[in-house]
Structure formats: C-alpha cells, structure tokens
Write a protein that binds this ligand. Sequence first.
Ligand SMILES: C[S@@+](CC[C@H](N)C(=O)[O-])C[C@H]1O[C@@H](n2cnc3c(N)ncnc32)[C@H](O)[C@@H]1O
Ligand code: SF4
Ligand code: SF4
Length: 413
Amino acid sequence: MRRQLARLKRHQGKYMIFGTKKANGGVTALYRSVIRLYAAIPYSFSRTGRSFPAWHYFFEVTRRCNLRCKMCQYINWLENTPTKVQAEGELTTDEWLNVIDQTGRWSLITFTGGEVWVRKDFGTILDHACAKRRVHIISNATMLTEQRARHCVELAPKRLGGKGLNFAGISIDGTREVHDTIRSQRGAFDKSMKGIKILAETRREMGKRCPLIHINTVILKDNLEVLPEMPRVAAEAGAEVLNLLTEMRAHDLPELGHADPASFSQSQLAMPTIDTKRLDEVLRETMREAEAAGIELRLPRTPYEELLTYHETGYDLTNYECRSVWTNLYVGAKGGVYPCFIHNVGNVRENTLREIWNSPTLRRFRVRRREGGFAVCQGCCELEHKGYACETVCSRQPQEEAPPRHSSIHAAE
Ligand SMILES: C[S@@+](CC[C@H](N)C(=O)[O-])C[C@H]1O[C@@H](n2cnc3c(N)ncnc32)[C@H](O)[C@@H]1O
Ligand code: SF4
Ligand code: SF4
C-alpha cells in the first residue's frame, strides 16, 4: 500500500495533457487518487481475484450503426449482416432498464455502440440511467437532433459529478474530407459537427456546464496530416477536450471474446504502422495547436516515446499492466457480459451483474491478466505503463474535470 501511495505521489502532476483548459486542481487530483486506489487495493492484495464492486459500466445498447467507418471493430459485421438480422436478440428496453438498476449507486455508466441513437428507445434508456447514475455517452452525433440535444442537456446535472449526463464523447476523425472518407459517408462531418454545435449551444442557452463534450479522434495513417487541425475543429464545435486514441486491430480476429485470449499472437494482428518521425512532428504540432486553441489535448496514457513505438513495433507488453478488469464491466447488445472485449464471462439473461462480477470465471481472468498481458491487448487504451502514472492520459476513467476517454473496447458477441 505504501508503495502504491508513493507511486501515486511521484506521478502526480505528470499528466500528459496539453492545452489551456487543463483538468487540474486539488479536488481533481484527489478524485483521481481515490479512483486509482479503488483499483489498486484489490489489484495489489487480492490473491483470489475478488474485487470491489464495479464502478464503471459500459453498455453497448446496439451494435447497429448508420455509418461504416474503415477502422471500426464492427465494420465486417455491419457490412455483411442484413439489417433485419442485426437487431435480432438485442436486449429489450425493459431488459436495459433492469440492467441499469443492477449497477452500483456510485457507478458511472457509459453508453456506446454501434450508434446509440439508432435505437428508437435510447431516450427512454438514457432517462432511466440519468435519474439514477452518472452517465457518459459516446456517439457519432450524426443523429443528434435539436430535440435530442435539448433532452441531453436537460438530463445534465447541475454540477459535474452529480447524477445525470455528465459527459458526451463525439467521434470526429479529421477535417471534412478526411473524416467523410474514413467514415465512408459524404456529409458525415457536417452532420456530426452540427450535432455537437447544437449540443454546445443548447448547453450555453440553458446555463449548464454539462455534459462536458470531448471529441474522440483515432490516430490513423489516413488522418495523420490533418491531426494538427483537430484542436481547431474541436474548439469550433464547442468541445472542451480532444482525445487522441490509438487504433486497435484485435477485433479483426475471428472468435475473439470466446476463444482463449492467449491463443492469439501479435503476428495475427494487422497492426497499424505510421512513420514515427512524421508522427512525432505531427503530434508536437497538434500540441502547439491545442495550446493556441485553448483545447485540452489528451494523448494515450503511455510515455510519449512509447506512443511512437506503438506505431512501429507495437508496445512491449511486459511494461504494461491492466487494472480496468478490476473496475469495469461491459454489457453487449445481446446481454453478453465482459470485463473487456477479449473475454466473455456470462450473460445478463442468465445471471445478475453482481453474480458475474466476482464469479470464479471473472476472478480467474483477473488473476491471469495480472500475471501478464495478451497479444490482443495491443493498443488498448486501458493499458497502463508500469513506469508511468495511470493518471496520465488516454484515461477512460472519469475525471472530475475532464471527460472520460471513449470505449474502444466492446463486446464480441
Ligand atoms: C465503436 S465507436 C461507438 C460509438 C459511436 N458509433 C462513435 O463512432 O463514436 C466508439 C469509439 O471507438 C472508436 N474506434 C472505432 N474503431 C476503433 C479502432 N479500431 N481502434 C480504436 N478506436 C476505435 C470510434 O472512433 C469511437 O470514438
Ligand atoms: S466507429 Fe462508431 S460510427 Fe463508425 S461504424 Fe463503428 S460504431 Fe459506427
Ligand atoms: S489491456 Fe485492454 S484488452 Fe487487455 S485485458 Fe486489459 S482491458 Fe482487456
């Protein structure tokens, strides 16, 4: 415990966050430390893999989507499954309301997909969650109408950290043309930007600070040259934070989530490679632009050099650990439950979340993951560099002042 505390202290203030609207201040630091300890205590001391109650839930309410992004983990499924079949087996409205009721009182719920607004009942699900928990949504915002934006702001708490919609993460992968090419839809950029602007404007009109808006941008070969323009895009849209995310490729693997995660090797992954010299130049320029635009820029939570290395050879996973399986739980569109996308541990149609959380299967997985990473962990934004603070960046954990990172991790149903 003393070692954990010393480590926390040593790394305080090393946040890899650039820009002017920084998440700082005593309350934030304290909040981060508490969250860090919440995972650190069972991670360090539980031999059996038992953990404290989950505090961050990711609910993938649907896998259906109105876009077809090139890098998306669901692209093959989206392109090859007839639309009618895509909705088959999804949890019903009542089932989702019941799942929400099973979460802990102090937990945070992230709704993601697919595209959440493709579900006609998403407003009802959101209402229910916001009345009871702190909530975060991730969306492409193309379907965020004025009415929905107003609804979102109405559901926002008076103060950050209160019950209701605290954070909204919207994905923009480049400037207009680049984004539309990556997202495979002409006009997608304008639609998403319109959605974010309506949300930010409504928030201003209603005199609220929440939901805090963060833009998610995946670092890709296709958008490398326009990354420095992203802080300006984020500022123009009215967002507070720009999250740059590493691209994962593990989802290309068949049977992922159901086969033993150790059965996959890195050679099976189509790892993203980018010229590291150019990446370095671009990232530095993006940091300068963020400063100029007054946007908080958050990079993956790894030492900067490692971010470059990732795009050359991948991470050396022996330098990383993962605590998220001790705090997070995912529920897929058809009710599958996962500590993360690489391992299915049950279904809400068969067991409660509480039964699954400290079940022998999940406990075994935590212990196994603590012993070492799997090749399929490459690029995962939950990886924490051992020599660095988990509080650095790419944190999907909620921050008092900064919105959580997106979930690139999804259920492999
Ligand atoms: C799967 S999407 C679901 C939510 C919504 N449809 C959207 O695009 O924001 C969640 C996030 O994952 C990101 N994402 C998609 N493919 C990814 C990949 N291969 N690696 C990392 N993140 C990815 C998206 O850009 C988005 O920010
Ligand atoms: S990244 Fe999001 S918007 Fe794009 S296809 Fe995947 S789920 Fe849809
Ligand atoms: S690092 Fe990511 S992929 Fe690996 S076990 Fe942790 S959450 Fe899962």
